[in-house]
Ligand binder design. Structure first.
Ligand SMILES: CCCCCCCCC/C=C/C(=O)SCCNC(=O)CCNC(=O)[C@H](O)C(C)(C)COP(=O)(O)OP(=O)(O)OC[C@H]1O[C@@H](n2cnc3c(N)ncnc32)[C@H](O)[C@@H]1OP(=O)(O)O
Ligand SMILES: NC(=O)C1=CN([C@@H]2O[C@H](COP(=O)(O)OP(=O)(O)OC[C@H]3O[C@@H](n4cnc5c(N)ncnc54)[C@H](OP(=O)(O)O)[C@@H]3O)[C@@H](O)[C@H]2O)C=CC1
Length: 278
């Protein structure tokens, strides 16, 4: 679909790049010639993904970093810049779970807001400051959600965090446009991953997420990785401040949480208790 060297000489940081959609983007960016830095909290997950990519000849570094910690983010960016500036930041790390919102503790709300909103903001501000100081062009791609359009019952902190990162994307597209920094976003629909399925699809929900998708199937990871490759490449050099929805038309029917309106308090309590045991 793309010319072979589309991302040659691009240095790209993918937060949460060791698993799921982050790892899928890493594989595609590497195929297109990019050199990668993957970060996340689990060293072994990062290492396994990096080794697979290196076995195909790609240049991949890993850094253990909890993006909730601003000092850790600064240390990671210093380590990266000591070698060479980034060209692209992908804000992909995030967390979510389903819960009745009125029963969320402050700690539970912060467990979602901290990586999803604060983490993306710390990474973006840190990369942006370095790009501006070095008069270096840059691209920030954030992986968001259609909850930015529809809202989403039972995952309210995630919907809030993703909406806030969309606001950052639009705002900084203007503020940093004159500095040759583009900000773009993708709102994926259902692209099953181990992480998303564990958090969002416990027993008792529709077994097949494709049931709700007008196009009749869930997304393929390579489809998301290809869209991401286009958006971060020079081919999309005149696109900034935009979020592209990739969900097979699903959000036009609803947010996807409507089935949970039928859950009883007993079902919610069982779900919570089941999580405490696991
Ligand atoms: C395929 C279809 C796509 C369909 C399309 C839908 C698109 C959705 C868009 C978004 C998708 C995604 O983000 S998918 C990405 C999913 N991946 C992840 O979430 C990976 C990261 N996750 C994590 O790190 C963990 O799962 C998470 C719990 C969020 C954070 O872990 P921490 O160690 O920081 O937190 P903990 O100490 O365990 O818990 C912190 C507090 O949260 C509470 N808590 C934790 N889980 C809870 C729960 N289920 N219900 C209530 N409360 C909960 C705890 O009781 C604690 O509160 P107290 O009891 O008060 O102390
Ligand atoms: N899959 C889907 O259907 C959809 C996904 N999305 C979005 O796509 C992105 C990827 O999700 P997906 O691949 O499905 O799920 P994963 O759970 O695989 O991805 C989350 C990644 O983020 C990392 N991460 C989580 N918390 C932190 C933290 N505090 N610091 C650093 N890294 C962290 C995790 O690694 P570790 O635990 O090692 O830190 C993991 O690699 C997310 O932004 C998600 O919201 C949006 C809509 C739908």
């Amino acid at each position: 679909m793309f010319e072979a060297g589309l991302l040659a000489n691009r240095r790209i940081l993918i937060t949460g790049g060791g698993s799921g959609l982050g790892a899928a983007m890493a594989a595609r960016f590497a195929e297109l010639g990019a050199s990668l830095v993957l970060c996340g909290r689990r060293a072994e997950v990062l290492q396994e993904t990096a080794e697979q990519l290196r076995s195909h000849g790609s240049q991949v570094d890993t850094i253990v970093c909890d993006v909730r910690d601003p000092q850790a983010v600064e240390a990671m960016l210093d380590e990266i810049w000591r070698v060479a500036p980034l060209d692209v930041l992908v804000n992909n790390a995030a967390a979510t779970f389903i819960a009745q919102t009125e029963r969320l503790s402050a700690r539970a709300a912060d467990a979602i807001l901290a990586p999803t909103l604060h983490g993306a903001m710390y990474c973006t501000l840190g990369a942006g400051r370095r790009w501006i100081d070095g008069e270096h062009a840059g691209v920030v791609l954030s992986i968001l959600s259609t909850s930015t359009i529809t809202g989403r019952a039972f995952t309210v902190p995630s919907a809030m965090a993703k909406s806030a990162v969309l606001a950052m994307t639009k705002s900084l597209a203007v503020e940093w446009g004159p500095k040759q920094i583009r900000l773009v976003a993708i709102a994926p629909g259902a692209f099953p991953t181990a992480g998303a399925t564990a958090q969002l699809r416990p027993d008792g929900r529709s077994a097949d997420p494709a049931d709700r998708v007008p196009l009749g199937r869930v997304g393929r990871h390579d489809e998301l990785a290809n869209l991401a490759s286009f958006l971060i490449s020079d081919q999309a050099g005149y696109i900034t401040g935009e979020m592209v929805v990739q969900d097979g038309g699903t959000h036009l029917r609803g947010s996807g949480a409507e089935d949970l309106l039928r859950w009883s308090d007993q079902q919610w309590s069982a779900h919570r208790a089941g999580r405490a045991k696991s």
